[in-house]
Design a protein. Structure first.
Lengths: 131, 409
């Protein structure tokens, strides 16, 4: 049944949001804040010894946090060039259509865009170090 | 609970969209403060206009042009009567409340604002009655002053009176708060301001759908509202400007319709209202707006107001049974707007899940960011009622809210 479908989906998102590893409060600064009309998202990125990008994030809204948790699972601990090149069509297939509207500044697209920007920045930094 | 005179079930039947299903649930539309749905008579007249009337106005000498012009001017005249304005030329067609306020802030700023002057607004203004004044104040070297509200979301009248000083050139104030539902005592405020010789602009966007407005009784200088919030089309609104201002204030935009004669050296301007209506107006919107007002007049605006008040009281009582419920805006005089938060829950999460259950509410700062900052909250969930909402809508909304909180717990 459709009803159970969406309920299950959102129950899962809420659970993911609640289980997302907390972001160090010291990292929750203004410069990593993606501001939206409805909720706030903090997205932090760093590079580990293996030159892979590690994403950590938080939000004041739990469903948003659940969506970030999904993205982190896909994009974190990956090489910058892989993140940049990643095909994001899977977003259309996970049944969260209403969260995909390009006008939602805190929608999934905005978060993915921000993740790709971080990856690009890290990649050019790593390239510069090599050259 | 059924009102013997006012039956929302009958009214409801006139709104085809309310039969929709959303996410496989019957639509419960509680976002009326953002925009109202349209009755069949309004939809029909839009179709009629384009199938039988469409032509440009005020200049053609052919049959359809005369017909369109006559219908648009009849609408202006109806709106004049509806607002009890003294003259039809005091009724100016705009795109909506926002454009009405921008028009006045521009032309009034040009005519009257000097360095050292102030514009007085209040803490509960919508961004559209704040930003235009801020922009014009900056241009003319004037400053913006803000009258405070109390914790209940009511204007602090003594403070407001004290702020009506010589430097204040205009007071711009909302009739009803879109976020709090507070009804401001605008008649009393206009009288206080006029004692000091200060003109008053009233943002009536949230008042017109819920109560009878008489601009001569209020004695305000300017009154603004939008068609789409009162069962009419989007992209049409009204600026009422008292006759004494029509000569003094310069034109807003330049273009066709607003001129009397044009040469490369000099242009002379048309008389009001055309002086303020450059370009081809929203003819369809202007004509159909009168139809929307006729609809609400036939339903009985004061009965609508009473019905919405009853729904608000009923919903408020039910909401307060929820643990951690916090209602923002508890003014003694308020319309059918309930802004709320539940401790421990983000309004955005509540909005998403309510939508999944077919309940449309608004979530966010409602274009009143400074007001959210005053209450130190991230935003609210806002349910707002219209003539077609029923007690059953409230029950379904409350049930969906309980389910939502259960899922988020």
């Amino acid at each position: 049944m459709l009803f159970d479908d969406w309920m299950d989906r959102y129950d899962y998102l809420i659970e993911q949001g609640k289980n997302l590893k907390a972001l160090d409060p010291l990292l929750k600064t203004e410069d990593i804040l993606i501001k939206g009309c409805q909720s706030k998202v903090w997205l932090h990125a760093s590079v580990n010894e293996e030159k892979k990008v590690i994403f950590e994030a938080d939000s004041d809204a739990v469903i948003t946090k659940g969506m970030i948790a999904l993205l982190i699972r896909v994009f974190s601990n990956q090489k910058p060039e892989d993140i940049e090149k990643a095909d994001i069509n899977f977003l259309n297939e996970i049944g969260l259509k209403e969260q995909l509207s390009p006008t939602r500044s805190n929608g999934l697209h905005a978060m993915v865009r921000q993740m790709k920007i971080y990856a690009l920045a890290f990649q050019s930094k790593l390239n510069n170090l090599q050259s | 609970m059924t009102n013997l005179i006012y039956n929302p079930e009958i009214i409801r039947k006139q709104f085809p969209i309310l039969k929709s299903r959303v996410n496989d649930r019957p639509l419960i539309y509680l976002d009326n403060a953002a925009t109202t749905q349209k009755p069949q008579c309004v939809i029909d007249q839009i179709v009629t206009y384009y199938t039988e009337v469409n032509a440009n106005v005020h200049r053609g000498n052919h049959y359809l042009s005369s017909l369109a012009t006559e219908m648009l001017e009849n609408s202006r005249s109806y709106i004049k009567t509806y607002l009890n304005a003294a003259h039809s030329h005091e009724i100016i067609f705009t795109r909506g409340t926002t454009e009405s306020i921008n028009l006045i802030s521009n032309v009034f700023g040009e005519a009257r604002l000097q360095p050292g002057d102030s514009v007085l607004i209040t803490e509960m203004e919508h961004h559209s009655n704040l930003v235009p004044w801020q922009m014009k104040s900056t241009v003319h070297g004037a400053r913006l002053k803000v009258a405070p509200i109390n914790e209940e979301g009511e204007l602090m009248m003594d403070e407001l009176a004290g702020m009506l000083t010589d430097d204040v050139k205009i007071l711009a104030i909302t009739h009803v708060s879109n976020t709090l539902g507070t009804i401001n005592p605008v008649k009393e405020i206009v009288s206080l301001a006029h004692e000091k010789g200060i003109p008053v602009l009233i943002d009536g966007a949230q008042a017109i759908p819920h109560m009878k407005v008489d601009v001569q009784d209020l004695d305000c200088d300017f009154y603004c509202f939008s068609g789409h919030k009162v069962y009419g089309p989007t992209g049409i609104g009204i600026l009422y400007a008292k006759e004494k201002w029509l000569e003094e204030l310069p034109p807003y935009q330049g273009g066709g319709e607003m001129i009397e004669s044009v040469s490369f050296e000099k242009t002379t301007f048309n008389v009001a209202p055309f002086k303020f209506e450059a370009g081809t107006p929203n003819i369809e919107g202007g004509i159909v707006l009168a139809e929307a007002l006729k609809f609400i007049d036939a339903a009985g605006i004061s009965l609508v107001g009473l019905h919405e008040k009853a729904l608000t009281d009923y919903a408020t009582t039910k909401l307060l049974q929820t643990k951690g419920m916090r209602i923002i805006g508890r003014a003694k005089e308020k319309t059918g707007v309930i802004s709320f938060l539940v401790d421990g829950y983000h309004p955005g999460d509540i909005g998403i899940l309510l939508d999944k259950m077919g309940v449309a509410v608004r979530v966010g700062n409602h274009c009143t960011e400074p007001l959210m900052r005053k209450f130190n909250i991230p935003g609210t969930v806002r349910a707002s009622f219209a003539c077609y909402n029923t007690f059953s809508d409230v029950d379904i909304f409350i049930e969906a809210l309980n389910k939502t909180l259960q899922m988020l717990r």
